[in-house]
Write a protein that binds this ligand. Structure first.
Ligand code: C2E
Ligand code: MG
Ligand code: MG
Length: 561
């Protein structure tokens, strides 16, 4: 539509005294009635030769009469202008605070339809804006902001004895489905999950969609019904039915993680309760637990500690707070130290942090890749010093064993050979230690890395053998050179009959497959003599030597050598 021309209106708008629309109409009405009337009267009196005093009198009477008449007209005009004025006010009010509009809607002329259309349009606009702001378009459920404000209201109105649970349900595989089946599958999964949760809640509490993959439930009096216990123990059954991808034949099963925070114990405000439930949900990512995770103060501390670890680890690498310690291993046939395990230590100004605490964190945030490369480089540096000081008979044999995380094996590992090359070391100098859990997720990368290492002459050791869940078939399928029997088996030797039988048969089995054995965690002379008797190849443990810093290690191997 073209901008209409409004010359007279624009000209009148320039007059400082006539800013309002009403005053413009009044001015025009006043001038429109007075100017022609008074002109006519003036002309008439002049042409009649009336005495000037008479003329003034007549003019005054005429003026008063027209003024009274005009005043009455103006009042009527003012009333007739109301539809325009109230429509304008309604629009202003809507823009300011989106206030509800209630103008008459039954008049049918232009001013009447202006009021009716203003009312209908603004009210519809308000509804759609509210819908957009408070509801999730994909599932039709309330969104985070509406949920949080309703949650807060429930908390504000709660009596002393009122309790409820805030349950967060996160769907696990949406990103993967998006890649494999496209976003229609994800949209369907969200719709299905939303309606399942809504059905389950019926009108007991609130359901909302919080973000991409998370839903929230507010369940009053949680625990009072049997289904609550079921939800806590096995939240997966909420989505027990598979759903079908539109237009496809595939049926998918929803997998989810669930966390619970309770009111009033776990939070006094909606935001606090949400934060704590999210912390519990975050915690489910690092556990294989199938039930819902309940928030607890202890968990909060664990998460805070973890976040602070994550933040300080990178800085620690730059500041040189990591050290490679070495634990010598004793070859039982030759009674010599021919290998040592590199074990990382984090020496912080406020004390030592155990690798058991920071390696899992480094694995989950990807820092293990930078750290792992540094460990390997530093291990090679120490190995070269060892080769320099080793007795002549051992110089060509000594090797170092370095731990790798399964996460590293699941990615490319060419860098290991690169670092060997940079250090100018042949492959046999490095033994790669990895736990059996690496076989839990078979992948092309795993196979490629294993055979690449084998070709390059590295040896592969299975760490903590006996503690994993996987089958023994990998001993046949993968090029494993050594198994390290976990210290939990060695610990019970030799008194525990069944423990001794397990260790004995593992050594025999390995021997039959041409795989070397190392016993980990050897702490007593009795354990050592048992292992000797059973022809174990090598021992590692506090009884023989503890993990030690580089200087002590180089001294130790010279004395022991
Ligand atoms: P692991 O590879 O099984 O290392 C052996 C662990 O047993 C070491 O603990 C060592 O100090 C300890 N140990 C050795 N002898 C004895 C003994 O006689 N008795 C007892 N009770 N313990 C003994 P540490 O150094 O705390 O390392 C723990 C785990 O952290 C390692 O287990 C390994 O899985 C991981 N780790 C250590 N360094 C690295 C690393 O550089 N990279 C990676 N990815 N993981 C590492
Ligand atoms: Mg190890
Ligand atoms: Mg071990």
């Amino acid at each position: 539509m073209q901008t209409p021309v409004m010359r007279l209106y624009a000209a009148l708008s320039r007059l400082p005294l006539f800013k309002s629309y009403r005053s413009k109409i009044m001015l025009v009405a006043f001038l429109g009635t007075h100017v022609p009337l008074l002109t006519l009267l003036f002309w008439f009196l002049l042409s009649q030769n009336v005495a000037s005093s008479e003329m003034i009198r007549v003019l005054l009477i005429a003026l008063v009469a027209t003024l009274v008449g005009t005043l009455a007209t103006l009042m009527v005009l003012n009333a007739l202008l109301r539809p325009i004025l109230v429509s304008s006010r309604a629009l202003r009010g809507f823009l300011k605070d989106r206030s509800k509009v209630a103008l008459p809607t039954h008049f049918t002329d232009e001013a009447g339809t202006l009021m009716a259309d203003t009312t209908v349009t603004l009210n519809r606009l308000r509804e759609s804006m509210e819908q957009m702001e408070n509801f999730d378009p994909q599932t039709g459920l309330p969104n985070r902001s509406l949920f949080v404000s309703r949650l807060q209201r429930t908390m504000d109105e709660a009596s002393e004895s009122d309790t409820f649970a805030l349950v967060l349900v996160e769907l696990s595989r949406l990103a993967e489905w998006n890649v494999t089946y496209g976003n229609r599958a994800v949209a369907e999964a969200l719709k299905y999950a939303g309606s399942s949760l809504e059905k389950r809640m019926s009108d007991r509490g609130l359901v909302a969609r919080m973000n991409e993959s998370t839903f929230a439930l507010q369940i009053p009096d949680f625990g009072s019904r049997r289904e609550d216990a079921l939800m806590a123990e096995d939240p997966g059954q909420m989505f027990s039915e598979p759903f079908r991808i539109p237009g496809g034949s595939e049926s998918l099963h929803i997998e989810s993680r669930t966390a619970v925070a309770l009111f009033p114990g776990d939070g006094r405000s909606a935001e606090e309760l949400m934060t704590n439930a999210s912390a519990a949900l975050h915690d489910t990512r690092n556990s294989a637990q199938s039930g819902a995770r309940f928030y607890s103060r202890e968990m909060q501390h664990r998460i805070e500690k973890r976040i602070s670890l994550e933040q300080s680890m990178r800085k620690a690498l730059r500041d040189g707070e990591f050290r490679v310690y070495l634990q010598p291993r004793l070859d039982l046939k030759r009674n010599e130290v021919l290998s040592a395990e590199a074990l990382i230590r984090w020496v912080r100004p406020d004390g030592l942090v155990s690798p058991a605490d920071f390696i899992p964190v480094a694995e989950s945030n990807g820092f293990i890749h930078d750290l792992g490369r540094w460990i390997l480089k530093d291990s090679f540096r120490i190995l070269k010093s060892w080769i320099r000081v080793a007795p002549a008979s051992q110089k060509d044999e000594v090797k170092i064993s370095v731990n790798f995380s399964p996460h590293q094996f699941w990615g490319k590992m060419d860098w290991v050979l690169e670092e060997l090359g940079n250090a100018d070391l042949p492959g046999f100098r490095l033994e790669v230690e990895v736990t059996e859990s690496v076989f839990l997720s078979p992948s092309d990368s795993l196979n490629e890395n294993m055979s690449m290492f084998q070709k390059a002459g590295l040896s592969i050791a299975l760490d903590d053998f006996g503690t994993g869940y996987s089958s023994l078939s990998y001993l046949r399928d993968f090029p494993v050179d050594r198994i390290k029997i976990d210290r939990s088996f060695i610990h019970a030797l030799p008194e525990d009959g069944s423990g001794s039988a397990i260790v004995g048969s593992v050594i025999d089995l390995a021997g039959a497959l041409n795989i070397a054995t190392t016993a980990e965690g050897v702490e007593t002379a009795e354990q050592l003599s048992f292992l000797r008797q059973h022809a174990c190849d090598e021992i590692q443990g506090f009884f023989f030597a503890r993990p030690m810093p580089e200087a002590d290690f180089l001294e130790f191997v010279q004395v022991a050598g």
